[in-house]
Design a protein around this ligand. Structure first.
Ligand code: GDP
Length: 338
């Protein structure tokens, strides 16, 4: 799905050494090994690896941005991997190359990833037109999301023209994925009450498309859930005046409704591209990302500052005991950053 982009000025890329030049050339040629190696570099916590990763991404930047970025969310068991496998195979049949990434906050605790697991998408993972990468498993949610964003760019440079980013149905990671994709899709079960859960979490407000899965089990229940969901959606303010999130029913297991789903994704782009909203969303996402990186960078500089480290404990105690005001303590600590 090629997208026309305006010419824009780019930062001149830094000089790369031979190893990194080979990575860049390999990724641009669509080779999977250099792609995987670049992602390993991105996910590394070593400072020198991070510097190299940034240089490689910078060199790849002109080749990014050409994919449709699709976020998929839903509680465990809703059918995300079944759906992504069916969708991925359908898209490959249509001539696309599909990358599947994941943002799984629990992986930072368990050290492993429950999402994006190759064994969960057996057919897709064996297909040479697919690339499946589990969630990075180190760092905060913000860190995991940042690495997934960068991985997405590298996949785009490698010629994947659909990038699917999967996440579980917990609020923060969904916001992170909605903030890096063009269209954010929420998978729901056809049970009554499930929709209320989503409303409570505020997730429906960020969903661009809602899918009731497992419609094969009870078609009438799925239809009921669909109309409940539609009326619930009327209570929300949507991001675009030109797009009311559609609610569809499908069966990932029986591969029914997959083509209709993709037709809606394309319609989303076709409606919001001419109004400028599609590109504006990406611009806002890029700026928001920059600010997130600034915020987290400032936090770590603050925490690593030797004078802050020396004064933090006594000042915290003073605030707890009420002998110093929180504002005075904060001002004193922040002054060390000057
Ligand atoms: P995930 O945890 O959201 O990735 O969910 P899975 O894709 O692993 O699916 C959980 C279970 O639901 C599996 O046993 C699937 O076979 C089943 N499942 C997924 N989609 C459907 C569907 O459309 N219909 C039915 N009947 N079962 C489904």
């Amino acid at each position: 799905m090629p997208m026309n982009r305006p010419e824009r000025q780019r930062e001149s890329a830094p000089e790369l050494d031979a190893v990194d030049r080979a990575l860049v050339d390999g990724v641009l040629a669509g080779q999977l090994r250099p792609l995987a190696k670049t992602i390993t570099l991105i996910e590394s916590t070593r400072d020198d690896h991070q510097v190299r990763a940034q240089h490689v991404i910078q060199a790849l930047l002109p080749a990014t941005g050409n994919a449709m970025r699709v976020g998929i969310s839903g509680v465990p068991g809703v059918g995300k991997s079944t759906f992504i496998e069916a969708l991925g195979l359908y898209l490959i049949e249509q001539g696309h190359r599909v990358a599947v990434l994941a943002v799984d906050p629990s992986s930072t605790v368990t050290g492993g990833s429950i999402l994006g697991d190759k064994t969960r998408m057996e057919m897709l993972s064996q297909n040479t037109a697919a690339f499946i990468r589990p969630s990075p498993s180190a760092g905060s949610l913000g860190g995991v999301a940042a690495k997934t964003r960068e991985t997405m760019l590298v996949c785009e440079a490698a010629g994947f023209d659909v990038v699917i980013v999967e996440t579980v149905g917990v609020g923060q990671s969904e916001t992170a994925v909605a903030g890096m994709t063009d269209i954010f899709c929420l998978l729901q079960l056809p049970n009554a009450g499930d929709d209320l859960q989503a409303i409570k979490k505020g997730i429906m407000e960020i969903a661009d498309l809602i899918v009731i899965n497992k419609a094969d089990i009870d078609a009438r229940a799925a239809q009921r859930a669909q109309s409940q969901m539609k009326s619930a959606l009327m209570m929300f303010h949507h991001a675009s005046p030109h797009w009311t999130p559609p609610v569809m029913t499908l069966s990932a297991l029986q591969k029914q409704g997959i083509a209709d789903f993709w037709a809606e994704v394309k319609r989303y782009r076709d409606v919001l591209k001419p109004t400028g909203e599609f590109d504006a969303k990406r611009r806002h996402q890029a700026l928001a990302w920059m600010w997130e990186m600034i915020d987290s960078g400032l936090r770590s500089r603050f925490r690593d500052n030797p004078r802050v480290r020396a004064e933090l404990a006594p000042l915290q105690a003073a605030v707890e005991q009420g002998v110093t005001t929180p504002a005075a303590a904060a001002a004193r600590l922040l002054a060390h950053l000057n």
